[in-house]
Structure formats: C-alpha cells, structure tokens
Design a binder for this molecule. Structure first.
Ligand SMILES: Nc1ccn([C@@H]2O[C@@H]3COP(=O)(O)O[C@H]3[C@H]2O)c(=O)n1
Ligand SMILES: [Zn+2]
Ligand SMILES: [Zn+2]
Length: 249
C-alpha cells in the first residue's frame, strides 16, 4: 500500500505568505491530518478536500498554528456534514488541555448540548512512545520532544521510517542516534527557524551542523516568509513546499 504525505502548509507561526505547517497523510485507507492550524482548512479547500473526507487528526501540541483550525473543522462537520465526528488522535497530556485551554472558548455551547470535546470529535487516546495504527498501513509513534518547557509536545515517527518533527528544539542526539542510527529513517521533515536565536525551534544554523548524510534526508518546513533568501544556503537539506507530495512507502 502506498502512503503519501502532502504538505498543507510549510510556514512558521507568524508567516504571512505561507500557510501553517501541517500535513495530510493520504492512502487508499483514508486521509489523516497531522496538525490543523488556522489556515489548514483553507489549504484543504484548495486541494478540493472537504472536512468529511478527513478520517482523523493527530495533534502535536496546542499552539494556534497547529490547532487553530479545529474549531472550523468541528463546526463544519456539525453544521455542514450532518454531525459527522472525525477522530482526534491525542496523547493523554494533550487531551487534558486541548478542550479546557484552547477549544472551549469558542465551542462551549450548553444550550445545544455541546459542552465537551467528545460532543464534537471521536477522541482516540494514544500512548506516548508506543507505535499505534492510525489506519491500516499507517502507524504513528508519538515521542515527547522539547519545544516550550513544561508544555506537552510531540514529534512523530511514521511507520518507523519517517520522522516528522512538528515543532521542536534542535536535538542532535535524537536525530543522529535514534532517527538515523537506530531506525534508519529515510525521510525527515524538520522545522527550521531561518534566522535569529533558536530558543524553541531548530535553527538553520543548528541543522547545518548535522553530517551530510543526515542532511540529505531532511526536508525543511515551518520556515519564514524570507525562505527565498535561503535557497542554496541549506547545505544538503531541501525546503519542502506547500502541497508537495512525498511517497513514504
Ligand atoms: N518562548 C517563545 C514562545 C513562543 N514564541 C513564538 O510564538 C510562536 C508560537 O508558535 P510556534 O510555531 O511554536 O512558534 C512560536 C514562536 O514564533 C517564541 O518565539 N518564543
Ligand atoms: Zn508552530
Ligand atoms: Zn509551537
């Protein structure tokens, strides 16, 4: 079975010409989103995918550029698609805060009986660090990574051979030991802050310290509007672009 990942956006949180970094995993068994930022529904619309064609959504962490589109997805599934509930794949740590800290403000509607996240989505809890089948032929392992201290955050292994960083600080040991030496991932999608001090994201400068054979596996995402100024300056790493498709297996 062929598994494809299509970028719905590749921008940083404050990019104005790029959509939020999120991805659509496509297979004959279904379509699953990795993150759903505030511009993700528009990107889906541009490739003619309707909310009811999304079988599930995986959430890496609760910044708005990764979850800000969930309210639209939920409301459209409710009001335009006959209350179809899509699956929301969450670790316990994300489930504990997503409704109370993010979604409840816009979606709490007691007069119509919508008071819990379960009233909108089918919640599927997944364990950290345990490979979990999301769809037949599509397995995800969510590993804890450091983004904002004291805030739950995950990167993903897809079928053990693709690493999707979502948002994370640079971690050379993880990339060299776990991602490449142990699992021999052929594809690495990594966030990349192009300029400035990298307090919470991997910077281009840090990623350029990786050995050439690791850089060759890396596609850069979550970059700023000034990406064009860095073409040719990313070593052996490539920028992935919105709506570009990679075949993973
Ligand atoms: N300590 C922090 C926290 C947040 N930020 C910025 O806010 C954005 C939130 O979404 P993001 O994609 O994680 O990128 C973060 C930084 O731009 C930042 O630059 N420093
Ligand atoms: Zn982000
Ligand atoms: Zn973030």
């Amino acid at each position: 079975m062929s598994l494809q990942i299509q970028m719905l956006g590749t921008g940083s949180a404050f990019a104005k010409t790029l959509y939020n970094t999120s991805a659509l995993v496509r297979s004959t068994n279904g379509n699953v989103l990795i993150d759903c930022g505030y511009s993700t529904p528009k990107s889906l619309h541009e490739i003619n995918i309707q909310p009811d064609q999304i079988d599930g959504i995986i959430i890496s962490h609760i910044h708005a550029d990764h979850v800000g589109g969930l309210e639209e997805m939920a409301f459209r599934l409710l009001y335009e698609f006959n209350h179809k509930k899509t699956k929301l794949f969450l670790t316990q740590s994300i489930a504990a805060i997503l409704w109370e800290n993010t979604l409840k403000g816009g979606m709490y509607n007691p007069s119509d009986g919508f008071t819990r996240i379960e009233d909108y989505f089918e919640i599927v809890l997944i364990d950290e660090h345990i490979p979990t089948e999301i769809l037949p032929g599509f397995t995800v392992e969510m590993i804890t990574t450091m983004h904002i201290p004291h805030k739950p955050n995950y990167s993903l292994f897809i079928n053990d051979r693709t690493f999707y960083s979502a948002d994370t600080q640079f971690n050379a040991e993880l990339l060299m030991q776990e991602v490449v030496n142990k699992r021999n991932c052929h594809t690495i999608l990594h966030d990349c802050q192009l300029s400035g001090y990298g307090a919470i994201h991997a910077t281009l400068e840090q990623l350029l310290t990786l050995p050439h054979d690791i850089q060759e596996r890396i596609y850069l995402m979550h970059y700023g509007d000034n990406m064009m100024n860095y073409i040719g300056k990313t070593g052996s790493m490539r920028f992935i672009q919105q709506h570009e498709v990679l075949t993973l297996s």
